[in-house]
Design a protein around this ligand. Structure first.
Ligand SMILES: [Zn+2]
Length: 300
């Protein structure tokens, strides 16, 4: 990993500057704002240094690369079945919304966005990674911008639906990004934000060893309440909170389930086992082991 420069920052939620140290992870300091409870990295890496992390093929596919880095994915494209499952689950609570213009923020290689397009949405994506966005445009023919939401040159009140799946925790200022999205969304349009929940029971047990404390990819560690407040303060009203996806996360590429999930993907069985996964989700919710959360909010 190249050197990452850092700077001291105020809390992005309440602008407070008093915080307490929670953990040191890979020499980065994770702190909690004493005023509002937001958990974040401080000092915070410079945005331009962070952008470099996502700009290589190695971040998305480590195949053929001898040197294992802790960052990124073993093979992002292999996750297609999983991401299709997640995309369907994500839209389930808002399936009554008539399809229109959809923006996926942090769209990566565009695999979920491609599925949204198949469902009838007029899809747009934005991602910081040159490598991933070139793939989305070149291989999948998607309308995808390289860069940040704040720089998008699009009309006001343009989008009917915005999705941010495991993206907000990577963004240097979630407040600035959400304000920019507010401008781009139609009044009443829905934003779906999925992130990891540091107040979930599992991270409370494992504390500093929680797997989502993977810094410096993750800069923020929201809870349901800090994320809800961040959305409120940037002009959104939350109407649904879903604890999700310990199972969905487990169907990623980082766990013991890797081999069986790869089998399901290879033989295109992922959609067939979706009802089973949904039951596991239900059990998971009952046991309340979730460490991911999804907020559904309306642009006020
Ligand atoms: Zn704060």
């Amino acid at each position: 990993m190249q050197d990452i420069r850092c700077q001291d920052v105020a809390c992005d939620l309440c602008r407070g500057s008093e915080s307490k140290h929670l953990f040191t992870v890979h020499s980065f300091s994770v702190v909690k704002c004493l005023n509002c409870g937001l958990v974040y990295l401080n000092p915070m890496p410079y945005p331009e240094d962070i952008a470099n992390v996502y700009d290589s093929r190695e971040y998305y596919c480590k195949k053929g690369h001898r040197e294992e880095t802790p960052l990124g994915y073993a093979d992002y494209a292999m996750l297609e079945g999983h991401l299709t499952f997640v995309a369907n689950e994500l839209l389930r609570p808002v399936r009554h919304i008539k399809t229109g213009r959809l923006l996926d923020v942090g769209c990566s290689m565009g695999i979920m966005l491609n599925h949204f397009r198949e469902l009838g949405w007029d899809t747009y994506g934005v991602d910081i990674s040159t490598y991933a966005t070139e793939y989305a445009r070149g291989q999948l023919g998607l309308k995808v911008f390289t860069g940040v939401v704040e720089k998008l040159d699009l009309p006001e009140s343009y989008f009917d639906l915005v999705t941010m799946v495991l993206t907000i925790e990577h963004i240097p200022s979630p407040r600035d990004t959400l304000r920019a999205l507010h401008r781009l969304m139609k009044p009443g349009a829905v934003i779906i934000v999925a992130t990891h929940d540091i107040d979930g029971p599992w991270p409370r047990i494992v504390k500093g060893r929680w797997r989502h404390l993977n810094v410096p990819e993750h800069l923020y560690f929201f809870s349901k309440s800090t994320l809800k407040r961040m959305l409120e303060e940037t002009g959104f009203s939350t109407f649904r909170i879903t604890e999700t996806a310990t199972i969905a996360a487990a169907t990623g590429n980082e766990t013991l389930l890797r081999a069986p999930i790869r089998f399901l993907h290879r033989y295109r069985l992922m959609t067939r086992v979706a009802p089973v996964l949904r039951s596991l989700h239900a059990i998971n919710r009952m046991l309340n082991l979730s460490d991911d959360v999804t907020l559904y909010s309306r642009r006020v």
